[in-house]
Design a binder for this molecule. Structure first.
Ligand code: FES
Length: 170
């Protein structure tokens, strides 16, 4: 078997790297155009409420993407990551704990979701981050869209897998 010199090996590796690099923009472009084509997404667009009706730190229950998936929407009162609306402070999450699916409840004092079953805690001001407890995943976030024309807040997708499902859309 012929030995491959280091120079030949590196040249070949460079070629592979170049091929991969050439492919990256094409993949990125495909993903972008797919993301822009919201009409092609399988998730429904469900209007939840008007932003003007929301009270700070007061949860609003709803279901998404179907009736078997309880969620809650909260106007946090200050801009938060992923927040929508005029103040960029409206967020929403699945209320099924990612540990074993118990319903979490929102505690407006510390502004956290708490699970009564094994005491996991999630932070709605930091993209549903798991703060402590048995859960290992963040709470799935409900992607919201705000329409300034009619002040509506709508659910348009889910980020993360809703507990107990193999796919968010049944
Ligand atoms: S079901 Fe929530 S911590 Fe176990």
């Amino acid at each position: 078997m012929a030995a491959i010199s280091r120079r030949v090996f590196l040249k070949a590796g460079g070629g592979v790297a170049a091929s991969v690099a050439i492919g990256v923009p094409a993949l990125t472009q495909a993903a972008t155009s797919s993301a822009e084509g919201r009409v092609n997404l399988p998730y429904p667009m469900n209007a939840i409420t008007k932003a003007e009706k929301l009270q700070v730190n007061t949860p609003v229950p709803f279901s998404y993407p179907d009736a078997a998936s309880p969620c809650v929407l909260i106007k946090m009162g200050t801009p938060v990551p992923g927040g929508v609306g005029p103040e960029r402070d409206i967020v929403a999450y699945s209320t099924l704990c990612t540990h074993m699916g118990c319903p979490v409840t929102y505690d407006p004092g510390p502004r956290l979701f708490k699970c009564p079953c094994h005491f996991s805690i999630f932070d709605p001001e930091h993209v549903g981050q798991m703060v402590s407890g048995q859960a290992t995943e963040n709470l799935p976030g409900i992607v919201l869209e705000y329409n300034p024309d009619d002040d509506s807040v709508s659910a348009v997708a889910v980020e993360g897998l809703i507990y107990g499902r193999q796919s968010n859309l049944l």
